[in-house]
Write a protein that binds this ligand. Structure first.
Ligand code: SAM
Ligand code: DTB
Ligand code: SF4
Length: 358
């Protein structure tokens, strides 16, 4: 398959597969950059409007003091990042923040808690948050650590759209970064969330000292799940002082774009989210990420505990690139590759016919 022209392969690859081999994915990652980008962009256009990017906003509903030892995280009680821990937020405060996010153009609201797993008594509050944010008409996502089946059922009944649970890196590299839980435990939570019928948001972090094979393997694991995660956040490590990864070697920006492109190719209908690390990225790098298939960013001044570019910078970036925010979530169109003309041809580079809004 890799011997065909990039355009031809891209048209065939718009149908999701879950039988990727590491070798095949590694060959894609190592393609000449222009071939890789052309192929990813072609797949992106066959499934989404290439000029629309979703604005998502994050809120840390419970900050710091986490029992896990994730080497990248400011919120682990194992690291001396200097972060002040706080209790679970009150529902009304969360809703006030969500209203502000909606007014600023965010259509998706993601709430994160620094827990290994929620306690039963926290779940009443968390459920009320989901119900309240849903009632504002926003898409909801939560990331609370590991869940019991009871927790999953309660979140689903509350109307939670997505559950975020990242695999973070390859199985091989995982134990170098986190020792308090296993890769298999992560996959187990993801599988049970999926079985319950909720959408899965799962991705990882690059720039943690992993090698290319680790990045490829992480994406192979995600793409070979029974169903692709509906949403795949790709984070660039924010190296936080006091964490074990504070001095990690930054990833080559070109390799970062390669990772985005590979995620787009292997999971053609998933939202690929350009997540943490944008304060360290130039407009040009972000433009390449959008071209390679990223179609969501986190907006606002802060992510969970770290800085984010903020509204003015992102509005300017979107204007510069002629990108618009998504009003509501656009779904990949399964008929797109067959039902429309060949928008890989030079004459059709502006084709938007393959995207549709829900
Ligand atoms: N405690 C929950 C958990 O770990 O599943 C949810 C919160 S956790 C902060 C959400 C995700 O943010 C992590 O899985 C990781 O991928 C990402 N993240 C955390 N710290 C980061 C950092 N310094 N740089 C980049 N991504 C980071
Ligand atoms: C994800 O993959 N990235 C977001 C979201 N899911 C929860 C979190 C990024 C956190 C960056 C570090 C911080 O702000 O603490
Ligand atoms: Fe805790 Fe999540 Fe941070 Fe890991 S990433 S230390 S589980 S808050």
């Amino acid at each position: 398959m890799l011997n065909r022209s990039p355009a031809q392969s891209a048209r065939d690859d718009t149908v999701p597969r879950n039988d990727w081999t590491r070798a095949e994915a590694g060959q894609l990652y190592a393609l000449p950059f222009n071939d890789l980008l052309f192929r990813a962009a072609t797949i992106h256009r066959a499934n989404f409007d290439p000029n629309k990017v979703q604005r998502s906003q994050l809120l840390s509903i419970k900050t710091g003091g986490c029992a896990e030892d994730c080497g990248y995280c400011s919120q682990s009680a194992h690291h001396a990042s200097g972060l002040k821990a706080s209790k679970l937020m009150e529902v009304e405060r969360v809703l006030a923040e969500a209203r502000k996010a909606k007014a600023g153009g965010a259509t998706r609201y993601c709430m994160g808690a620094a827990w290994r797993e929620p306690k039963a008594r926290d779940m009443d509050v968390v459920v009320a948050m989901v119900q309240g944010v849903k009632a504002l008409g926003m898409e909801t996502c939560m990331t609370l650590g590991m869940l019991t089946d009871t927790d999953i059922g309660r979140l689903k009944d509350a109307g939670l759209d997505y559950y975020n649970h990242n695999i973070d890196t390859s199985e091989r590299y995982y134990s170098q970064v986190i020792t308090t839980r296993t890769f298999a435990e992560r996959l187990d939570t993801i599988a049970r969330v999926r079985e319950a019928g909720m959408k899965v948001c799962s991705g990882g972090i690059v720039g943690m000292g992993e090698n290319e094979a680790d990045r490829v393997d992480m994406l192979v694991t995600l793409a070979n799940l029974d169903e692709h995660p509906d949403s795949v956040p790709i984070n660039m490590l924010i190296a936080i002082p006091g964490t074990p990864l504070e001095n990690a070697e930054p990833i080559d920006p070109i390799d970062f774009v390669r990772t985005i492109a590979l995620a787009r190719i292997m999971m053609p209908r998933s939202f690929v989210r350009l997540s943490a690390g944008r304060t360290a990225m130039s407009d040009e790098l972000q433009a390449l990420c959008f071209f390679a298939g990223a179609n969501s960013i986190f907006v606002g001044d802060t992510l969970l505990t770290t800085d984010n570019p903020g509204e003015d910078k992102d509005d300017a970036l979107f204007r510069r690139l002629g990108i618009e925010g998504l009003d509501s979530e656009a779904h990949a169109d399964p008929q797109a590759a067959d039902a429309h003309h060949d928008c890989t041809s030079a004459a059709d580079v502006g084709c938007h016919g393959h995207a549709r809004s829900a």
